[in-house]
Ligand binder design. Sequence first.
Ligand code: BYC
Length: 472
Amino acid sequence: MISAEKIPNNVGLSSNKRLQRALEHWQPQYIQWWKDMGPQGFQDYHQVYVRTAVSVDPSGWAHFEYVKLPEYRWGIFLADPVHDRRIGFGDFFGQPVWQEVPGEFRNQLRRLIVTQGDTEPASVEQQRWLGQRCPSMYDLRNLFQVNVEEGRHLWAMVYLLHSYFGRDGRDEAEELLARQSGDRDKPRILDAFNEPIENWLDFFMFTMFTDRDGKSQLLSLSESSLDPLSRTTRFMLTEEAHHMFVGETGIARIIERTCQLMKDTGFSEDVRRIGGIDLPTIQKFINLWFSLSLDLHGNEISTNAATYFANGLKGRAQEEKWDDHVLTEKFYDLEVPADGRLERKAIPMRTAMNEVLRDWYVGDCEAGVVRWNKIFERHGMSDRLRLPDRKFNRGIGMFSSLHFDPNGAPLSDSEWARRKNGWLPSPADREYLLSIMATPVYEPGKFANYIAPPARGVNRMPINFEYVRTEA
Ligand code: BYC
């Protein structure tokens, strides 16, 4: 039964019969999907110390309790409305925002919402085996927190589909549970969400870099002329921040441990021989997940992006900080391949909108890498990690048919084939990581040898708190 008590919400669910009926049909399918495709081995006999959003004010987040994962209360929340909100960019600049979907933009909006919605269950599917290889109970709990919140983000998009897109919306909501990450016949829509996440280095890089694309895209959608989309995504951003925290601090703790291991051995040992994760491997995983996540911003030159901007559907992060919100006269200076060389070309700004968002994203990632490099400084070490050039290992856009090294120097096909395992995780790297993660660490307060403990526990609980309880 659908009830407001089981589904915390601020969208008037108890008086909205249409939404109740749609959810009554969809929710059992969702739970079945969660059991089949969600965290494997942790559905029936485990209680997890998670937070549940019970309202949109800051205290609404402070609600922590032990929950059996399939019984998590996935809620539906919109950020508070902004009085007299106006469209902030594009051809309708200055007009009141829309509370309903205009017929002429229905397809474009549905496509954006479906694409966003598709990533959420995809990430849960990608991460479903990680619990069995976890480095600690603290990390296990964080993984599940991320998973249930991605589930909630799916609910957020399904709420929009059910409420504003009628029959098509209901069909799309079902399709969101039918596609599967990595499936040959029915894969997820965007490529990065079909990549395997088989070890915790993948997971932390994913939450650092791919969730940061989530932040980038959600910031853009939160500028939308469709007010319910703007309000939904604004609230989702609060959850996204925690996911990036998990990724950034997860890698920081691995770097910290690697530095300790290197120092303990007087820099004489291969860190792998003492069970750690060596810096070249960490760099390879940065190269992989950063490049995959760059692809998530779409083609450099995109008429879709121009149309979204023109119609006010999807803007730039913090649109109010820009001075021109219409952009019919502006150009973007883009590096494009031409006759085997790269040259600069002026592209109409609206069609370069994916690249503008990518610039914001690269800057945000760079700041994270600078924070990681401070760990080496603190240890008095000269090693540094870095982001590869944005042309490196691209699968989408105008560099996808070409090859570049991490410095952005062009490579022939054969050079690339010969050298790519030096820059991207090789089968041997993956095998090594699986070997050190083969035995999960479930004892409270204990951590795998390759990762340092966190600075503090969750919700002021001690680090050795029993974050995941097994029922007798
Ligand atoms: N993979 O004109 P273009 C998150 C397709 S992450 C495969 O450049 P557009 C999260 C494109 O679909 C954020 N295909 O496309 C993170 C189109 O195909 P068709 C998710 C791709 O529309 C962690 C064709 O190429 N949110 O929340 O400007 C955990 C032409 O491309 C890809 C959103 O993405 C790709 N990477 O840009 C959980 C926001 N890129 O129709 C969650 C909504 C492009 O010609 N989505 N294509 O067959 C969008 O805004 C846009 O769809 C995109 C693509 C920016 C993704």
